[in-house]
Design a protein around this ligand. Structure first.
Ligand SMILES: [Cu+2]
Length: 89
């Protein structure tokens, strides 16, 4: 199974303190046939607690998800995508 690049984004708030790390991943999605499929995935993922953002690109067949590892894990993200009918490669 291909999970793409896994990396962390470090961000500071205005006072320069470190805010909680979010995990950002790129997943390769298959089974999408139009741009509303991509919107469907984003909608479901953003409904999942702990997911900060989901950006699915239909043309590139990738989904960029930013999430809080303490609240949700990669498996849940993958499960959610599968639940709506798409495959994660
Ligand atoms: Cu579609």
């Amino acid at each position: 199974m291909f999970y793409g690049d896994v990396y962390r984004s470090d961000r500071g708030d205005l006072e320069g303190r470190k805010v909680k790390d979010m995990k950002k991943i790129n997943l390769k999605i298959s089974g999408m046939h139009c741009s509303s499929c991509a919107m469907n995935i984003d909608f479901e993922l953003e409904d999942l607690g702990g997911v900060k953002s989901a950006k699915t690109n239909y043309a590139k067949a990738i989904c960029e998800v930013e999430f809080d590892e303490e609240k949700v894990n990669l498996e849940d993200v993958v499960k959610t995508i599968k639940k709506v009918g798409y495959k994660v490669e």
